[in-house]
Design a protein around this ligand. Structure first.
Ligand code: SAM
Length: 312
């Protein structure tokens, strides 16, 4: 009945193999990716049980493949326009280049994913640091930011693990080309870095940042109040916190994880009680996260976008 079925499975296998070649490139020399630490990468034949990936590991690999599209492929442009553009425009307008020396404005991006938003601020002349705790994201962002030097030099099959909601057979094996820009093309004297670790552990220095920009990050918290308090602490007086995203709490419904899930109304009360002043609030910002435009399954977040300020 379906004569191309087995042939298609073969095509899928070829795409998976291709992705694996890219993953091997990502892992090459990855033990040297930290400036202040070396990470031991196990040999393949070392205790296989220890390294055998869990379902959660595989899920993270799939998410990372899709994050490549969101951050670095022309196919992710629509998501970047919806999620990153408003944040970039807002910060650009608050720190106009004719009124301030942008290189002395320090922007922090917690939960930076594969670093695109952080790179965009660097290109605009700001001093910018992305922060990530997922080793999967860190390995992949190290690869794209430090090793890719040419537009469209990579081919990935980000949807190859998507077995449902394919309209056409080839939707599953459709490639994504990346990066859409050369990540190395940043001003020569740029101050751009990525810092590894849990946002709550890494950032303890008070009054250190002029701006914190969070996109699809707030809901990664076990305790969102701790995020709000940390942002308050690390911002300089007069500093801005710009946020865009939904509240899809990552640890909700996980029996072994402690987590509190506040509504946006409650989060807003916490933000105000902490001392922040609201300067802007836009509800229902239509946005999505690592979605395939071809899939029969489409969803949309009504995200909240806000700008709050720590008073001078
Ligand atoms: C939903 S993703 C959003 C990524 C990116 N901001 C974007 O909009 O595409 C959330 C990211 O935050 C990272 N993350 C979660 N908890 C974190 C924490 N406590 N500290 C630093 N990064 C964290 C995750 O690894 C993930 O890459």
């Amino acid at each position: 009945m379906v004569p191309d079925f087995l042939e298609n499975l073969e095509t899928i296998r070829t795409c998976v193999d291709h992705n694996y070649e890219i993953i091997k490139l990502i892992l090459q020399d990855a033990e040297y990716m930290f400036e202040n630490q070396t990470q031991e990468i196990m040999d393949e034949d070392e205790d296989v049980k220890k390294t055998f990936p869990t379902a959660a590991d595989m899920d993270k690999v799939r998410t990372t493949l899709k994050q490549f599209v969101r951050d670095w492929s022309p196919l992710g442009q629509q998501e970047r326009d919806a999620c990153y553009r408003p944040v970039i425009e807002e910060i650009k307008n608050r720190f106009p280049s004719h009124q301030c020396e942008r290189s002395s404005v320090k922007i922090l991006i917690p939960g930076a994913g594969l670093g695109r938003l952080a790179l965009e601020f660097t290109k605009l002349g700001f001093t910018c640091q992305g922060n990530e705790w997922s080793l999967y994201m860190l390995l992949a962002s190290n690869f794209i930011l430090n090793k890719c030097r040419e537009e469209n030099s990579l081919l990935l099959y980000p949807w190859v693990h998507q077995w449902s909601n394919n309209k056409y057979t080839e939707d599953q094996t459709r490639p994504a080309r990346l990066p859409d820009i050369n990540p190395a093309e940043i001003p020569e004297d740029s101050n751009f870095s990525m810092a590894a670790g849990d946002f709550l552990d890494v950032y303890t220095e008070p009054d250190d940042w002029d701006c914190v920009a969070t996109v699809f990050f707030l809901d990664t918290a076990r305790n969102v109040i701790a995020y709000v308090e940390t942002i308050w602490k690390i911002l300089q007086p007069g500093g801005y916190w710009v946020n865009l995203g939904p509240l899809l709490y990552h640890y909700a419904d996980m029996p072994d994880e402690n987590s509190i899930e506040l509504s946006y109304e409650q989060v807003k009360k916490v933000i105000i009680k902490t001392g922040f002043q609201y300067e802007k609030e836009v509800m229902d910002v239509k946005s999505s996260y690592t979605q395939s435009a071809d899939s029969m399954f489409q969803y949309q977040y009504n995200s909240v976008f806000f700008v709050v300020r720590k008073p001078l």
